[in-house]
Ligand binder design. Structure first.
Ligand SMILES: [Zn+2]
Length: 627
């Protein structure tokens, strides 16, 4: 997954009926698909009725759960907390006795009589940003009159004893709704009055239920080919500010570049991209970013972003999700492969799953000419700066293993920063040792051939294995900087490719100084203010902003704890030339800044080619960036 930007504001400090009793062996639960119904036409008070109908159980007690954690998120979601009015019914329609053991778990007694389970599901988008921890929005659910984000793990639960069973999922919706699904469709049935359609989907096992999201409602959907991959792009933009038409070209170019960079690795025939654009209303999601699946990704971004900044964010985000095809989707440990949705164990290798993925998503853009070398260097320095605000002495493997717990959880954001930089250093070391012939991508491709989607590696063995495939200097790097907590001196690695860091004037954005936030949130009062960094951001400084100025209003929107991430997600994408209107408060007095944005600069490090770089250094640089 990828969380963008605002970890440090609030989030990251924040972030068919069965008839009567049956008794033949044929209808035993273990031998039958679990039939589930999700009925969008019966939504009541923002809740959808769901029915889960397994075959017959031969045991007296069974356990039913909604996921506590879903794959790719590295945080507790507690989907059970969104379930109301749970009922276990026997074949005569009588309620069976059950016990709610914890927020995600129901124990059903007299299970031999169990016909089906029914409950109502609340959506997660509505309450995101409140005091209760909620699922990261790209893994969450949305129920509103014209849009349904069906991350199915939020609707359909599982029986502990039947995780390997196949599922049939029937979704009933108004006939005029657009529908897109990464899950295999079996058939469609239109109701007698012609008003509703029930689509029948099939999932091989519970994993496929969680791995294949759907979107229903008023959508803009288009399919197009990129080589041999069919891309299905579904966009929901509540105020029609963006559409498939305006975003398609960007996605097309990006996917083409990714395929060119990856080479032969990818075998996906269809890839679904779901883009949910959030408005400013109270029920809008607040966590922006995306979550990867094997053949799809769900992206949630603020709708108010300009076309240009939405495009560049989509390139960063969707490419990151697509590169997950390599890891963890094709190269992963047993913890990932045999994932426990209730009490998962975590692999030590987030440096690989998230770090390398983020690194590839950054590097391929310069490799394929989507960004200039200078733009690439700027991104690397932003990552170095952001990483410096997190714990630079924390062992990455230890953090990864304990990612749900403190203090590790608070450093999760570093997987996209230092994690990516770990990937960069490994890449440069391998390029140097192989005279430019190999890099971390080729090593990962070798691992993908050896392991692949169906064969996990042993968690404790993979670093040794990579070392055996490569060089002793790789072992030293892992020991010191991935397993060990020694901070990395990036200059050493830049020097190998003839780059040097110099102080200079660096162009930045209006929320950060080259990766360092210039605003902070007060958790107690929910107010947001500039911090000490603001005077080193030329636009704000010239506009008279000062540290501790409270930011009350941006372009007519009054800031609150609830909308802060969405509003600053928009500010993050501001481009010079745009007219802005900001209301600040200093010592009880209002100060209004009404201006046209000019490019903004901060003082910081700049990475550039050393004038004395040798031919060897230059050719290594070329192998690293363009190899
Ligand atoms: Zn990711």
């Amino acid at each position: 997954m990828k969380h963008i930007l605002l970890y440090s504001l609030f989030l990251g400090l924040l972030l068919a009926s069965c008839g009567t009793t049956k008794n033949t062996a044929k209808d035993l639960a273990a031998a039958n698909p679990i039939e589930s119904n999700i009925d969008i036409t019966k939504v009541d008070k923002d809740k959808i009725p769901v029915q889960v109908d397994p075959g017959r159980f031969s045991k007296d007690t069974i356990v039913f759960r909604l996921p506590r954690v879903v794959q790719g998120t590295y945080a507790v979601s507690d989907f059970g907390s969104f379930i109301d009015d749970f009922k276990a019914l026997d074949y005569e329609g009588n309620e069976l006795r059950f016990e709610k053991k914890d927020v995600n778990t129901w124990i059903i007694y007299e299970a031999k009589k169990l016909d089906k389970i029914t409950y109502w599901v609340n959506d997660t988008f509505d309450i995101e940003g409140g005091d209760q921890p909620t699922p990261f929005s790209p893994s969450g659910t949305n129920i509103e009159s014209d849009n349904y984000v069906l991350n199915l793990h939020g609707f359909v639960g599982y029986f502990d004893s039947l995780k390997a069973n196949s599922y049939v999922i029937n979704v009933t919706a108004p006939i005029e709704f657009d529908r897109t699904s990464a899950l295999l469709m079996v058939e469609e049935n239109i109701s007698d009055d012609g008003k509703y359609v029930t689509t029948r989907y099939k999932a091989e096992r519970y994993f496929d239920v969680t791995d294949n999201p759907m979107m229903y409602g008023k959508l803009d959907v288009e399919e197009f080919q990129v080589g041999d991959i069919k891309i299905v792009l579904s966009v929901y933009s509540p105020n029609n500010e963006h559409s498939v038409k305006t975003l398609k070209e960007t996605i097309f170019k990006m996917m083409q570049a990714q395929k060119a960079y990856l080479g032969e690795t990818n075998s996906t025939k269809r890839y679904d991209i779901y883009v949910y654009l959030a408005g400013h209303s109270n029920g809008s999601p607040k966590g922006f970013g995306a979550l990867e699946h094997h053949t799809s990704t769900v992206v949630v971004m603020p709708e108010s972003m300009s076309q240009e900044s939405l495009e560049s964010s989509l390139i960063d985000i969707v490419s990151h999700e697509f590169f997950h095809i390599l890891t963890p989707l094709s190269v992963h440990s047993e913890d990932v492969h045999y994932f426990d949705y209730d009490q998962p164990t975590f692999s030590e290798h987030l440096w690989m799953y998230e770090g390398l993925t983020e690194y590839f998503a950054t590097l391929f853009q310069v490799n394929q000419g989507l960004v200039s070398e200078d733009q690439f260097y700027t991104k690397l320095l932003e990552k170095i700066n952001t990483a410096s605000t997190l714990d630079d002495t924390m062992s990455f493997t230890e953090m990864s293993k304990n990612i749900l717990d403190k203090p590790y959880a608070d450093n999760y954001f570093n997987v996209y920063q230092k994690g990516a930089l770990i990937g960069m250093c490994l890449d440069i070391i391998i390029r140097e040792e192989s005279q430019g012939q190999r890099g971390i991508l080729s090593v990962m491709k070798e691992l993908a051939v050896k392991y692949g989607v169906d064969k996990p590696f042993e968690d404790e063995m993979i670093i040794d294995e990579i070392v055996k495939m490569t060089y002793p200097s790789v072992a030293t790097f892992f020991k010191d900087h991935v397993v060990g907590g020694t901070p990395i001196d990036y200059n050493l690695y830049f020097a190998k490719v003839g780059l040097g860091m110099n102080d200079g004037k660096v162009e930045t954005n209006y929320v950060q100084n080259a990766g360092k936030m210039i605003i902070r949130g007060d958790r107690q009062t929910g107010s947001i203010m500039f911090n000490d960094e603001v005077i080193d951001n030329s636009f704000w400084k010239e506009s008279g902003a000062q540290a501790n100025d409270k930011i009350k209003e941006i372009n007519g929107v009054t800031l609150s704890r609830e909308n802060a991430n969405s509003v600053f997600g928009e500010v993050f994408g501001w481009k010079p030339g745009t007219e802005i209107n900001v209301l600040l408060e200093r010592g009880g007095e209002d100060i209004r800044i009404e201006k046209i944005l000019t490019p903004t600069y901060t003082t910081g490090k700049k990475l550039s080619l050393n004038p004395d770089a040798t031919t060897d250094q230059k050719s290594l640089l070329n192998a690293w960036l363009k190899g």
